[in-house]
Design a protein around this ligand. Sequence first.
Ligand code: FES
Length: 166
Amino acid sequence: MTMQRTRPNLPSNDKRWKLVNATMRRNGYADHALIETLHSVQDAFGFLDEEAMTFVADSLDLPLSKVFGVATFYHLFMLKPQGRHTCVVCTGTACYIKGADELIDSLAQRFGVQPGETTADEALSVMSARCVGACGLAPAVVIDSQVMGKLDGAQLIGKLEQTIAV
Ligand code: FES
C-alpha cells in the first residue's frame, strides 16, 4: 500500500501560493515539475526567495540545495531583490489592459528603475510578474507582500514614497 505523503502547508494566505501549488499538483508533485514550478513562483511573485524555494523543495520532496542550484543556474530566474522594499507590478493580461505599463513608466520616471532593477540607494526594487492572482484588482501591484489594486501612477508613487519614508 502506498502512503500519501503529507504536503507542507502554504506559507501564508497569500493567494499567489495557490497558483504555485496548482502547478505542482498538475504535475503530480513530481520532481520534473521543478523548473515549471519555479517559473510559476516567478510569474506570481516576480522573484524567488528562500521561503518560496523551501516551500517548493518540501512540496516536491527535493533537497533545498537542488532547488537553489537550479534557480541560480538558469539566468531566467530572478533571486530575491536587493532593495529594502519591493514593488511587483503585475503585467498579466487583465492588469496590462488596465494600465500596468503606465505604472511601470511612472516608476521609471520617479525612481529611475525598470522591472528587475533596484534604486542606487537600495531603497526599492521594482519587479514585474505575470499574474499575482488578484485580477479583480487590476492593475494589481504588490508592495512588500501586500497586494493592492486599482492605483494609477501617481497613487502608486505616493504609496511607495510613504512606504520608503517609514
Ligand atoms: S493579471 Fe494581474 S492579477 Fe491577474
